[in-house]
Design a protein around this ligand. Structure first.
Ligand SMILES: [Zn+2]
Length: 330
């Protein structure tokens, strides 16, 4: 947390290094900004007090530089200062803002600018609330509100019959959707019958959409590798064929690195070697509508009752704390 002593040190001895630098000509800024934004951010202007309703709004979210989109403040650090300018006690990151001693108008003040693009934002004063004691007094026109959003991610796994894998992942808190389908084969838009022939090269997979703030990719991998048998090649129990292969189709390099790491983590718990494919994801074909939500819609069907129900019961016991509330009650 920055305090006044840090602000003075930055202003006198040099500012923290920004993550990146954005430089544009005056003409480029003029073309991009409204006249008021240009006047405040590029010409060190000050908006009229109480001219923006941003002062009295405290909804969750973040505030970014109106010039370069760099995140500057979080709504958690916003407070009602009564000054008529939006006020914060702390920047979003310690290197988000740069500080300069400002002797204009016969006052000694500390000017704050966006550390990425140099936009004038306002001033900072040592009369803010505890614990930082700072009051960042900002021009509302220099800021843009960024709504609180989470970016959902995708994971694509194959672990035998997708009726099974879908039922398992649907249960997890943080998983927003699971679609059964086919991937990693040659024939575009294959049918279930074609995939079952074993000649299209596809694996039966589920494509999972998840909120990484609620469940991590690493935990999805752990659950995937412990709820099917990753040591049997092209086979899960009585289901035999390449379409039932154990696979992790990764959507980026980070997922790939994570998959290799978690396989190494799980391996010592297993007697046989893990044969799970780890390959870059290319294309996904959703399966026919009747395969979606198969277990939920057909719990009494022979395979569901004999194979999926016991597997699901075991999974729910093992991962009880990770289930959606509705699943625990079932
Ligand atoms: Zn900026």
């Amino acid at each position: 947390m920055l305090r006044w002593i840090d602000v003075i040190r930055f202003a006198n001895q040099g500012n923290p290094k920004p993550d990146k630098v954005v430089e544009k000509s005056e003409a480029e800024w003029k073309a991009q900004l409204t006249p008021e934004q240009f006047y405040v951010t590029r010409q060190k202007g000050t908006e009229r007090a109480f001219s923006s309703e941003m002062c009295s709004r405290f909804e969750p979210g973040q505030y970014a530089c109106v010039c370069c989109d760099t995140l500057l403040f979080d709504s958690d650090e916003k407070f009602e200062s009564g000054t008529g300018w939006p006020s914060f006690t702390q920047p979003a990151k310690e290197n988000a803002i740069a500080y300069h001693i400002d002797n204009a108008y016969g006052m000694k003040r500390v000017e704050t600018v966006c550390n990425t693009c140099g936009a004038h934002l306002g001033h900072v004063f040592p009369d803010g609330p505890a614990p930082s004691g700072l009051r960042y007094c900002m021009n509302a026109v220099a800021l843009q509100k960024v709504e609180a959003t989470t970016t959902l991610e995708k994971a694509t796994f194959g672990g035998g019959c997708f009726w099974c894998t879908e039922a398992i992942f649907q249960d997890l808190e943080g998983v927003t959707s699971v679609v059964s389908g086919y991937s990693d084969g040659q024939l575009p838009n294959p049918t279930y019958k074609e995939v079952c022939s074993g000649r299209t090269g596809h694996a039966e997979v589920v494509q999972i959409t998840f909120d990484p703030e609620k469940i991590s990719y690493a935990d999805l991998l752990r659950i995937h590798l412990t709820t099917h048998d990753p040591t049997t090649l092209n086979r899960q129990g009585a289901d035999v064929g390449t379409q039932y292969r154990s696979t992790i189709l990764t959507h980026n390099d980070m997922q790939r690195a994570e998959a290799l790491k978690i396989i190494e983590e799980i391996q010592p718990n297993l007697e046989e070697k893990i044969v799970t494919d780890v390959k870059p994801f290319e294309v996904f074909y959703p399966a026919e509508a009747y395969h979606q939500n198969y277990y939920r819609n057909n719990p009494g069907q022979g395979y569901c009752a004999a194979v999926i129900s016991p597997k699901l019961a075991k999974f729910r016991k093992l991962y009880q704390s990770r289930l959606k509330k509705a699943s625990v009650a079932e």
